[in-house]
Design a protein around this ligand. Structure first.
Ligand code: ZN
Length: 240
């Protein structure tokens, strides 16, 4: 399997990566849906992470939203590892068409990758809904309660998709077009069975949908090839 995947990647010139939480966790990021963490958050906040990161919570209980967001999300931001360096390397070699990120952790941008579609938004993009001025993560973390615009005093909005909000159709269309143009798609720790991923991969016309994942999932049947174990280690073996 690895030999075949290696050969496919070597012959590909329009690779599209789809990144999910699996590759984020390997960089030290948190998966709030991991059962132990999910349970401890539910116990502490009396709500599950999905509710705490929902549009309803943001609009009606901003103080609690930001308390949770700053403490449990922004305080644990991961740094890109070799997985992201490999994607950057392929971009420099002009063999990477783009990366479509299904998570909010912005690791691709930190790794310097330019051809990027962040369909779920990014924790690094925060803005004032009134004047559209942007603010970085340290600014949010330094705020005492609800972070506000330093000019118009409006509560800031993190540019991530909250539960209950519509998906950004323009971004999904862009991601689908990238997949349509790809010769090879490499999925890193994303669930191929999820409807959002399926919408995007559904536009792929090739036969090289390669999955790198820590462990098997039901949706893996949509992959043409699957490699299990450390995403980073397997990707190194398949590309370098
Ligand atoms: Zn403002």
């Amino acid at each position: 399997m690895l030999k075949t995947v290696r050969k496919i990647i070597r012959q590909s010139n329009h690779i599209v990566f789809l990144t999910g939480l699996g590759s984020v966790v390997e960089c030290g990021g948190r998966d709030l849906w991991d059962s132990d963490l999910f349970y401890s958050i539910e116990k502490e906040y009396k709500m599950c992470p999905e509710q705490l990161l929902s549009a309803g919570e943001f609009s009606s209980r901003k103080e609690r939203f930001y308390e949770f967001y700053k403490k449990e999300v922004l305080s644990y931001l991961p740094k890109p590892d070799e997985t992201y360096e490999i994607m950057k390397f392929l971009e420099d070699e002009e063999r990477l068409q783009s990366v479509v990120s299904f998570n909010i952790f912005g690791l691709e941008k930190l790794a310097g990758i330019n051809n990027l579609v962040e369909v779920a938004g990014s924790v690094y993009d925060n803005y004032c809904p009134k004047c559209l001025k942007t603010f970085d993560v340290p600014y949010l973390l330094a705020s005492r309660s609800i972070p506000e615009c330093d000019e118009c005093k409006k509560a800031l909005r993190p540019n991530i998709r909250l539960l209950g909000e519509r998906v950004d159709n323009d971004l999904y269309t862009k991601a689908a077009i990238e997949c349509y143009k790809a010769d090879t798609i490499i999925v890193l720790g994303a669930d191929l069975g999820s409807s959002k991923v399926q919408y995007v991969t559904g536009h792929y016309k090739g036969e090289n949908l390669i999955l790198f994942s820590k462990e098997e999932k039901y949706g893996d049947r949509f992959a043409d090839y699957a490699l299990y174990g450390s995403i980073k280690e397997n990707l190194k073996k398949a590309v370098l």
